[in-house]
Design a protein around this ligand. Structure first.
Ligand code: AMP
Length: 303
């Protein structure tokens, strides 16, 4: 079953302690849709400028991503510049240039309005709501956001969250959005805004999922080398929602499996810059890491 995603398509410039790159392919929409494409069909709604090269379009199409909803507008593509210190869990934004996103008014192609699975990737919450309002009867709406939008458009974000089933968000942003330092209390406050399920990304410490009276914890995949964490969150979300859409099963048990598939997908992205690692893998590698995480957390009660 296919997923409709709205998010950023970007040129990223990134510095990590291990190297730096300039203007490589990035953006929440790109990471999400590439990751989800390993599980199901994806349609991407976004905008790029007239500086966006055909090479990147060819790549997204090679992953079978439907780009009917990708507009090309006069102007420059969205750009993000970020830096990481040795603590790779924290991204320091150096520059954000919305460029063509500033005037973007998404008009969904008719065929997208029947989407059953919708992912509102990290982008202006007003654009997220705009897209959502055009979808007739979605079965599942999941959403991501970041400090940039919590700082700048908190009320619009809270309005969008009123129509969201699952919010996927970083640990620090949970506290910021709820204005509450305790994570458990903060999760309850955010669930009060609308999303029944809250998925909290904690970088190398894994993921916590909060539902009605339940908490699930999954570790990150143990990697000896983490090169660049950019896109880990969006790639996680792509695997998570991709697996849910492919299996059409929204039970708690299946949500937990989806969390682990998301974790596996993110583990590939952080091994190289940009989408380079996702370009190399196949489904067998995904399954193999899934089995390793299962073993990592398997234990039996004694006596
Ligand atoms: P993450 O998965 O959180 O590491 O997401 C990183 C991606 O988010 C990068 O590829 C950026 O291009 C994109 N990004 C950064 N800031 C924003 C923003 N304000 N709105 C939308 N996308 C952004």
């Amino acid at each position: 079953m296919s997923i409709l995603v709205v998010g950023s398509v970007a040129f990223d410039s990134i510095q990590t302690p291990f190297g730096e790159v300039d203007e490589v392919l990035g953006g929440s929409g790109c990471y999400f849709s590439t990751s989800a494409s390993f599980f199901t069909d994806v349609s991407l709604v976004a905008v790029v400028g007239d500086d966006f090269p055909q090479e990147h379009i060819d790549f997204l199409q090679s992953r079978n991503i439907d780009l009917t909803g990708l507009q090309k507008s006069p102007g420059a593509t969205f750009r993000w510049k970020g830096r990481y210190e040795y603590d790779l869990n924290e991204a320091h934004t150096l520059e954000t240039h919305l460029n063509v996103f500033e005037t973007f008014q998404p008009q969904l192609p008719e065929s997208y309005c029947d989407a059953e699975y919708v992912f509102l990737a990290n982008i202006d919450p007003e654009l997220q709501l705009d897209v959502l309002q055009q979808v007739k009867n979605p079965r599942l709406v999941a959403c991501d956001t970041m400090n940039f939008w919590i700082d700048g458009k908190k009320q619009a974000l809270i309005k969008t969250l009123g129509r969201v089933d699952i919010l996927v968000i970083n640990e620090a942003e949970v506290r910021q959005l709820a204005d509450e330092p305790n994570l458990i209390k903060a999760a309850e406050i955010i669930r009060g805004f609308g999303p029944k399920t809250l998925v909290v990304k904690r970088g190398e410490y894994g993921v916590l999922m909060f539902g009605e009276g339940s908490i699930f914890s999954a570790p990150a995949y143990p990697l000896e080398e983490v090169f660049d964490p950019t896109g880990a969150g969006d790639t996680f979300a792509g695997g998570f929602v991709g697996y849910l859409a492919a299996t059409r099963n929204l039970t708690e048990h299946n949500l937990r499996k989806a969390i682990v598939f998301g974790t596996v997908m993110a583990s590939f992205t952080v091994e190289k810059f940009s989408l380079e690692r996702l370009k190399e893998i196949d489904y067998a590698e995904i399954e193999s890491r899934y089995k390793r995480i299962k073993l990592l957390t398997d234990f039996a009660d004694i006596g």
